[in-house]
Design a protein around this ligand. Structure first.
Ligand code: GLN
Length: 309
């Protein structure tokens, strides 16, 4: 397929020699956009094209496959064109163009005020659910520290209605999104949100299970990161120059906030696993474990607090 104009996105009926009334079908647009995205170096060109076209047309992505021959009207094409432009020239991530991201099979609303939930973080949810399901009684008190969109805390609250989840964040705007996600996913009954830094908002309370996906990227390595990250909150991504600004006090202080026999799981960058495991050991925690994500990289460090003797 030839690209209209100077490589511009298919616009209102092709102008010039191809005639005013060029019909663009769903399949034409997917092919054109996939090629364009791939030339622009996007990692998942076809998937991105499908998600954005489905969004512009108000359809589910897989429904596109039933409508390949359907002509797309110029109004819909211009909405689609704008999404393509923002994806390519501003590198806005798909999650922010769509305003939502699936996590643990639920749809979470996301904005630039929260970290978009990553599939990597499902490793932590899976491990925490395993611990809750083996606990008896199951009515455990859970803390999700630095909840962002609420992805981890809300997933646990939804999967374990007996659990009482406390979710904190330093950023009030993030908590608004998290609260809205909790309302929309109908878990408001067993989750509460508190604003503040690290352990500040919880006072002297202790928990049976503590999970966190803190900011852990090293600012010193930010030069090599994907341009898409510039659309997410720095506060949720970067843990100071070495990446440990939050992990360090977290590892040192988490034991005091745990019930005897309680469990903690924290997400880390693969290269940080041994350091954080070492800090957990220094803090007197036991059963220290490093869990891999689906790509086989270390992603979560977990531990328990010794039971009282
Ligand atoms: N895993 C995220 C990334 O690499 C970072 C998340 C975080 O800092 N907690 O994009």
């Amino acid at each position: 397929m030839t690209i209209e104009g100077n490589g511009r996105v298919p616009s209102k009926g092709a102008s010039g020699s191809r005639g005013e009334n060029r019909v663009w079908t769903v399949l034409d647009l997917l092919r054109w956009t996939t090629k364009h995205f791939s030339e622009q170096g996007l990692e998942t060109p076809r998937l991105d094209a499908e998600l954005l076209l489905a969004h512009a047309l108000g359809l589910e992505r897989l429904t596109l496959y039933l409508q390949f021959d359907k002509p797309v009207e110029s109004g819909e094409r211009s909405a689609f064109r704008e999404l393509i432009r923002r994806r390519v020239s501003e590198r806005v991530p798909i999650s922010l163009l769509l305003g939502q991201r699936e996590f643990w099979s639920r749809s979470f609303r996301v904005t630039e005020d929260v970290l978009t939930p990553r599939p990597d973080t499902e490793t932590l949810v899976e491990a925490a659910l395993e611990v809750i399901r083996q606990a008896s009684p199951r009515s455990c008190r859970v803390l999700d520290l630095g909840t962002g969109s609420g992805a981890i805390g809300i997933s646990l609250a939804a999967e374990c209605p007996e659990a009482q989840v406390t979710a904190t964040d330093i950023c009030p705007k993030a908590l608004q999104i998290a609260q809205r996600n909790a309302d929309e996913l109908q878990v408001s009954e067993n989750i509460r949100f508190l604003q503040g830094d690290l352990f500040g908002p919880i006072g002297a309370e202790t928990f049976d299970l503590i999970v966190s996906n803190p900011p852990y990227l090293a600012r010193s390595e930010s030069g090599g990161l994907a341009p898409e990250l510039s659309h997410e909150p720095e506060q949720a991504l970067f843990g100071g120059p070495d990446g440990y600004a939050v992990l360090r006090p977290f590892a040192a202080g988490v034991g005091e906030r745990m019930e005897p026999g309680g469990w903690v799981g924290v997400e880390i960058d693969p290269g940080q696993a041994d350091v954080v495991a070492g800090w957990f050991a220094e803090a007197g925690l036991c059963e220290i474990d490093i869990l891999n994500d689906l790509a086989g990289r270390p992603r979560v460090v977990s531990a328990r607090k010794k039971t009282a003797t």
